[in-house]
Design a protein around this ligand. Structure first.
Ligand code: PLP
Length: 387
């Protein structure tokens, strides 16, 4: 499989040496039937768990009825999903696309059109991640990812997370939008301070910029509330969603608060596939699972317990820091052996990933049980003790 993959696919991914053929809940199975406890959810992409029966049933039903029509016509699943996003977030209308990067691109174009010719700058955060297409990459405050692709879209400025003075200094009358993740995910799970998020809201209001909140990784109950901003005491002007919105099926969405949701007019933006009946039926089924308050309470309770377990590893000198919100967690190791820890966990049947040489990240499906999380913690303790 590895040789075939190398001969047929471009080498832009570093894959782990395992193949999966089946999934169920928090478990993935290799061709020999060995089960692996998934603590990654496809990078927070399948929060409802693998092959959730309601999602499978919705896809089967919709696939046999109508798969796609393009956006030339009306289809009900798209309208119903837009209503659900509108009614669970800022009350504004929705634009659909097919991925996280596409959601970032749509938010960028919306902010640029709203700002007009004199407001063309963006303020985002160092270490942020908003996607790998050219606009999203320009907002992604990681020079290493940008280097080979310069010149980038001009006008992006980056400030360190939680640095209020730097944020105050960066936002000006030229800023069309401030873009933040409430918890920075890709760089290793760094929650923003609530007062930094509130300052971003305040500066956007005072200086006439939009506040874009990227909930692509934090959304769909990953951190406890349906959207992470809901625990931070603010409302964005624009919110990006993707990943778990689709229950595993590709979809992205941008919603903007009423008024701002009128910026796009026919012809301003679009996508042939976007908002297909099939993607939206899958998303609606996932939304019922992930919007359930009982599941959200489970995320808060089990997330706190898991984070306490990770903190226990820190207290015992096996790691130097534990971070997290809900079931979005990471530990920081004293030595650069994150990749070894990931492989040792894989050998034991647990899927985690390292976001840097020293950071190991955990994004389990939200349906994972407390016992399964305890098993993962025990395996991690063994691995850290051994290496
Ligand atoms: C916060 C955030 N924004 C955007 C993206 C890009 O999403 P996609 O990979 O679907 O383009 C990601 C992906 O990891 C993400 O975590």
């Amino acid at each position: 499989m590895i040789a075939r993959e190398q001969a047929a696919l471009m080498s832009n991914y570093g894959r782990y040496p395992v193949e999966f053929v089946r999934g169920e809940g928090a478990w993935l199975f290799d061709p020999e039937g060995r089960g692996y406890l998934d603590l990654m959810s496809g990078i927070s992409m399948i929060n409802a768990g693998h092959c959730h029966p309601d999602v499978v049933a919705a896809i089967r039903e919709q696939a046999g009825t109508l798969i796609n029509t393009s956006n030339l016509y009306y289809t009900e699943p798209m309208v119903e999903l837009a209503e659900w996003i509108r009614d669970t977030s800022m009350g504004g209308r929705v634009f659909f696309c097919n991925s996280g990067a596409e959601a970032s691109e749509a938010a960028i174009k919306l902010a640029r059109k709203h700002g007009g010719p004199d407001r063309t700058e963006f303020v985002s955060l160092e270490d942020s991640f908003h996607g790998r297409t050219m606009g999203a990459l320009a907002l992604t405050g990681q020079p290493g990812k940008q280097e080979a692709f310069r010149p980038l879209m001009p006008g992006a400025r980056y400030v360190p997370r939680n640095d209020k003075d730097a944020l105050r200094a960066a936002v000006s009358e030229k800023t069309c939008a401030i873009a933040i993740e409430i918890v920075q995910g890709e760089c290793g799970v760094y929650p923003l301070d609530d007062d930094f998020v509130r300052l971003a809201r305040q500066l956007a209001d005072e200086r006439g910029a939009l506040l874009i909140v990227d909930e692509i990784q934090t959304g769909m109950s990953r951190t406890g509330p349906l959207y992470a901003y809901q625990d931070a005491g603010i409302e964005p002007d624009v919110m990006c969603l993707a990943k778990s919105l689709g229950g595993g099926f590709p979809i992205g969405a941008v919603t903007a608060r009423p008024g701002i949701d009128a910026v796009f007019q026919p012809g301003d933006h679009g996508s042939t596939f976007a908002g297909s009946p099939l993607a939206c039926a899958s998303a609606l089924a996932a939304a019922k699972v992930l919007g359930d308050p009982a599941l959200q309470q489970h995320v808060r309770t089990e997330g706190a317990c898991f984070l306490a377990g990770l903190q226990g590893l820190v207290d015992d000198g096996l790691a130097i820091e534990a971070r997290g919100r809900g079931l979005m967690c990471a530990i920081e190791l004293a030595e650069p052996r994150g990749a070894d820890v990931v492989l040792a966990m894989l050998e034991r049947g647990f899927l985690v990933n390292n976001t840097s040489a020293t950071t190991v990240r955990f994004l389990p499906p939200l349906v994972i049980t407390g016992d399964e999380l305890t098993n993962a913690l025990n395996a991690l303790r063994d691995v850290l003790n051994e290496s």
